[in-house]
Design a protein around this ligand. Structure first.
Ligand code: MN
Length: 307
């Protein structure tokens, strides 16, 4: 990305609707990556989904990942996650599912909404975190964090699910300086905090609307601020805001489909390993059935980018 774009203070990124390759073509709202903004710290992918109901609220069959962590966060409903490190884990609102793909993992995600005694509606966000070179080829891991630090600050419900914020520290294992916080404006509509000087920040509006340091954001939009802001002042806030921040990621990456590598050739190798069903992506008993094939690669060579 050109330096001029990187210098933008208070950029608004509107989501675009993307159809996932699932039985029903589940629609998600994707804010990053985007032409104007690739990453926020190591956060490199944000998909917001739902509210949705019925058996296809989420039904993502077995598919692979490399070089990243997937962070799943729900607002309503539940999802069962299964993966090739033999995890079988239900996730609920207020919990974090964090899967570290490393060298390679495969997983599936199935909504609990059609089940009896489960909530009728599913909504949430899935975010990816790019892994730095030092750990990106390590073995895959999965953790569910159900005990996360939270507190009410002047009427705002604050839950820190990644990193440290307002003297709360999440137990979630990440590999670069990052923060992830859910802010729920139930009673209050204002909130202020002191920024980490080296962090860039994104404010994703889940529902309602919000003004961040004078920048008006609507539901579904992401407001981005490069490092250098001392204090953030959130006003006119309703609903829920996800605060994502971190030190700008300083490695060039190649991101294609569900893979993050460093070169075109690496991505080709990952795709081939998935197509051939090598041991790289493991095996597991899945409740959905089938596996999602990799799409065709573009005819031009994938270029690395520095975010
Ligand atoms: Mn996935």
């Amino acid at each position: 990305m050109p330096n001029a774009d990187k210098a933008i203070q208070g950029l608004v990124v509107a989501p675009r609707v993307v159809k996932l390759n699932t039985r029903s073509g589940t629609e998600v709202r994707r804010t990053i990556p985007n032409k104007t903004l690739r990453m926020v710290g190591a956060w490199c992918f944000i998909d917001q989904f739902g509210p949705a109901s019925g058996k296809d609220a989420m039904s993502v069959a077995k598919h692979p990942h490399t070089g990243l962590q997937t962070a799943t966060w729900l607002f309503e409903g539940g999802v069962e996650h299964r993966d090739s490190v033999q995890s079988k884990q239900k996730i609920r609102p207020g919990e974090l599912n964090l899967m570290t793909a490393g060298w390679g993992v495969s997983h599936s995600e199935l909504a609990l909404t059609p089940l009896r005694n489960e909530p009728a509606t599913l909504s949430g966000v899935q975010m990816w975190i790019a892994l730095p070179n030092s750990v990106r080829n390590e073995a895959a891991e999965f953790h569910n964090y159900s005990e996360l630090p939270k507190k009410s600050v002047a009427g705002v419900q604050v839950c820190t699910f990644v990193g440290s914020f307002l003297e709360m520290t999440s137990p979630a294992k990440v590999h670069t300086a990052l923060v992830g916080v859910e802010l729920k404006f139930l009673e209050a509509n204002e909130f202020q905090f002191t920024a980490e000087n080296s962090f860039e920040y994104g404010f994703l509006v889940i529902d309602g609307e919000v003004t961040v340091n004078g920048l008006d954001l609507k539901s579904g939009e992401l407001g981005f601020f490069r490092p250098g802001t001392d204090t953030f002042s959130i006003t006119n806030a309703t609903g829920t805001v996800m605060l994502l921040g971190g030190v700008p990621f300083d490695e060039e990456i190649v991101m294609w489909w569900n893979f993050i590598g460093r070169t075109h050739e690496e991505i080709v190798e990952m795709k081939t390993d998935w197509e051939l069903g090598t041991s790289r992506f493991g095996e597991f008993a899945d409740a959905i059935g089938g596996r999602i094939p990799a799409p065709e690669m573009p005819t031009v060579k994938l270029k690395p980018y520095r975010p």
